[in-house]
Every structure is written in C-alpha cells, then in structure tokens.
Ligand binder design. Structure first.
Ligand code: SF4
Length: 439
C-alpha cells in the first residue's frame, strides 16, 4: 500500500502537476505553494464534504461525521493529508485526523476536563497547579485538530488567539508569583501564531526575572513543518532558552520535512522533546513505538514521554489499558538504546498530576540483598552496602540532613508517611477533636 507521496513519484514536499490516483484535491500545486505554510493553512480540509471527495469513508457515514464536527471541528493540512494512505480504512495517520463514528458514539463517555485544568485557573487561560510551573493557553487554534486532543473542550470556543489584554493579565499573575520559574506556552498550537504575537508572549515572559524556563507545546513540526521558518526561528533564538515539546505518534510522521523542521529548531538553540500519546489503532504496539523513537533519535529529537490517553469525552476508542503501556515499556527496555526509551506516564484524573509507570524489576528487597530481574528474565541478587540506610549531613552547605523517614518505614518504626498539611487527615483530626468530651 502506498502513501499519496509514493504514488506521486516526486520528491517529498513537491506534489506538483500530478493527478493523484486516490484523489488529493490539489493536482496542480507548485513546489513553492506546497512549501509555504500560508498556502497550507489556506487549503486546509475543514468539511466532511471535502473529505467525501477523497473516498476515504462510506458516504452513509457522512451525516454522522457531520454531527461530530458540529461539536469538534475538523482541520487537516494538505501536508498531513498527504501522509495518509487513503485506501486504508485503518490508517494510523488518518485515525488522528479524520473523525470516526466511534468519536460520535463515545461522546457520552469521559469528561471535558478530566485533568481539572480549569479548576486551577486563577486567570482565564492560565493553569497554576504545581508550585514552580504554570501553563498558558495562548490560542485555541491548531492547523490540524487531532481527534485525540486532551483540550478538545476549548475548540467550541472558537479559533481565536488570546488578546494582548488577556496575555497581560497572565503576565501580571506570573509576575506576582515569584515561585513560578517554568512556564509552558500551549494552546491550541502557539507556533501557528504570527511571529509578532509569539514575540509579544516570549518578550513578556522574559521581562519577568524569576521565569527561567519557557517550554512550548506544539504539533507544528508534525502537521505543518514548513511553518518552522527563518522568521519563527529568529524569534525563538532571541528569547531562549526555550524548549519545544512536540508530539510525533507514528514513525510515518517523521518525514524529511519534519526532520528539517526539527533541525532548524535545533540550530536556533531550541532542544526538541517528543511527547507521544499512546493511541489504540495508531501506535499501541511495541514495534511501532520502537521504530518511532529510533527515527526520532536519528532526527536528534529526544523521546521524552509516552502519555496514557486521557479519559476525555469522545476519546474512549483511543484509550488502551495501562497494561498495554507497560507491555510496550517492557519490550523496549534492553531491546533498544536507553535514549530511545521514554517515560510512560498517566496524568491521573482530578488534577493529581503525572504518575510514571514502569514494569516491576524489583522482585524483593531485604536489608542485605535486593532481588532484581533483567529484561531477559534473568533474576539477580544485588548486595546492598552494609550501612544503616541513614543519609549523612551536609556539613559544607550547613543544610540539615534529610529526615530518614523511609528508613523508619522500612524498619517498622512507623507505619505510614503522610505529607504535612494533608487535608483529609486534618478533617479526621477535627472530627476526632469535636467528638471528644470537653473537660
Ligand atoms: S495540536 Fe495539540 S492542542 Fe492542537 S489539537 Fe493537536 S493535541 Fe490538541
């Protein structure tokens, strides 16, 4: 089976003057047009009518899919569309871009905001959950709307970017909270903003002395790589250090154009990390993830996270069991370079944050020996050092030694460790106090 590009038999990024046998709707696009992100944005597929012409899904599904996009709109760049094997009904690239009846039937399952970003939003668009980090949603617009998007709830609000007034309110909050040292600029896709607006955001953040790290969450290198141009890179370089976190989910997305886009970012001093989402029917197989991460390493992109798909409304058909993620991690460790192994994490509902999950390599742990297993199933006894497990003090810095609480837990001296200020325990204490007779 061939992609549209292979059918063309012309170099990548130049579907020029060819009639595509599976129906790409731009038979006469020039190379210059194709490589111009403005042309790509102007020619996005945005209606089911556009898709029907591609003969990708049965016509009888058109009504149903129309109802899906009434709620969750549709947009596919010509570039991303050209990666799809339109004659494969189970194509993993199409699955990320083209709505399916499952999306419609799954709309009653899940929540709009399972991570409760809105509940930790002191200023519209800014989530402040962890002490030293915050998230800015600077636009609702994406050049390609991923069907598996966690932030689908913001799509019906329209395709607007935040105004300067709204951004200034976010800067004001960050300025007042000196504990914030790391800001994630996200959306929507921030790299779809005009370079001048992006510069406004980065300049605003750089004026705040305690902001040390700026991270940008974007799928632009994957779905619109021609947008990573000199103008954009100059802005990113000017306000560095900046990290880009992107989302390649399948090895077929790592094209020559995508590699070039990542290379440009790197040359502008912007390291690129990848945050894949584990998606049923897209990449829920160890070999796909292994190939993806190997391709990414060759493009000097670090495989950083493999995210469990969130339980967002309409995403149930993408979700895998946690055991699938563990199976993938088990198949990677020892079978590929450690650099190609991401952290598998689940962002737990209710705003509990990210929890890393991995296969269990510790079979038992005693005072003198720990029994481990390796990736081949070989079981090894590891001899522990003969100390009492206590950490020594830090005389040079004058800092007190950490309290050896875990040691006390292991010796049975205490039964549980409960963080100070735990509200549930405080409630219990208050209940006990109010129930005890007064003297
Ligand atoms: S690019 Fe990111 S924000 Fe936009 S639809 Fe995809 S996952 Fe969602």
């Amino acid at each position: 089976m061939k992609t549209n590009r292979e059918n063309d038999s012309v170099p990548l990024g130049s579907i020029s003057s060819h009639t595509n046998p599976v129906g790409l709707p731009w038979p006469r696009v020039t190379r210059e047009e194709w490589n111009d992100y403005r042309w790509q944005l102007a020619h996005r597929i945005t209606s089911i009518g556009d898709l029907s012409g591609l003969r990708y899904f049965p016509r009888e599904e058109a009504d149903l899919l129309g109802r899906v996009i009434d709620t969750y709109h549709l947009s596919i760049t010509p570039y991303y569309l050209s990666l799809i094997r339109l004659d494969d009904p189970d194509d993993p690239i199409a699955r990320q871009a083209i709505p399916s009846p499952d999306e419609y039937y799954g709309m009653e399952v899940g929540e709009d905001d399972p991570l409760e970003e809105e509940k930790d939003m002191p200023v519209p668009g800014l989530t402040h959950r962890y002490p030293d980090r915050c998230l800015m949603v600077v636009t609702n617009f994406c050049s390609m709307y991923c069907r598996h998007c966690t932030r689908k709830r913001i799509w019906p609000l329209g395709e607007a970017a935040k105004t300067e007034f709204e951004l200034n309110k976010m800067f004001g909050y960050i300025r007042r909270h000196e504990e914030i040292r790391d800001v994630i600029v996200s959306g929507g896709d921030p790299l779809t903003l005009p370079a001048s607006r992006l510069e406004f955001i980065l300049k605003g953040l750089r004026k705040i002395p305690h902001v040390e790290i700026i991270r940008i969450g974007t799928r632009t290198p994957v779905v619109l790589p021609m947008r990573i141009d000199d103008e954009l890179c100059a802005v990113l370089e000017k306000y560095g250090p900046i990290w880009v976190n992107t989302q390649f989910n399948h090895p077929r997305e790592v094209t020559a154009e995508a590699r070039r886009a990542c290379e440009r970012l790197l040359r502008a001093g912007v390291p690129v990390n990848n945050q894949s989402v584990l998606l049923k029917g897209v990449n829920d197989h160890p070999e796909i993830i292994r190939q993806l991460n190997t391709q990414l390493l060759k493009a000097k992109v670090r495989p950083y996270y493999l995210f469990q798909c969130d339980r967002v409304r309409g995403l149930e058909h993408f979700r895998t069991r946690l055991s699938k993620g563990i199976e993938i991690m088990e198949a990677l460790r020892g079978h590929t370079s450690g650099l190609a192994i991401p952290s598998y994490v689940v962002d737990v509902p209710g705003g509990g944050g990210k929890i890393p999950l991995m296969p269990n390599y510790i079979l038992s742990m005693g005072e003198q020996r720990t029994v481990l297993r390796n990736y081949e199933g070989i079981i090894v006894s590891y001899e522990e050092p003969q100390d009492d497990g206590r950490l020594s003090a830090f005389p040079e810095t004058g800092r007190p030694a950490p309290r050896p609480d875990v040691y006390r837990l292991m010796t049975g001296e205490i039964q549980a460790l409960i963080p100070a200020g735990n509200e549930r325990m405080a409630k219990r204490r208050r209940r006990c106090e109010s129930a005890s007779p007064t003297t």
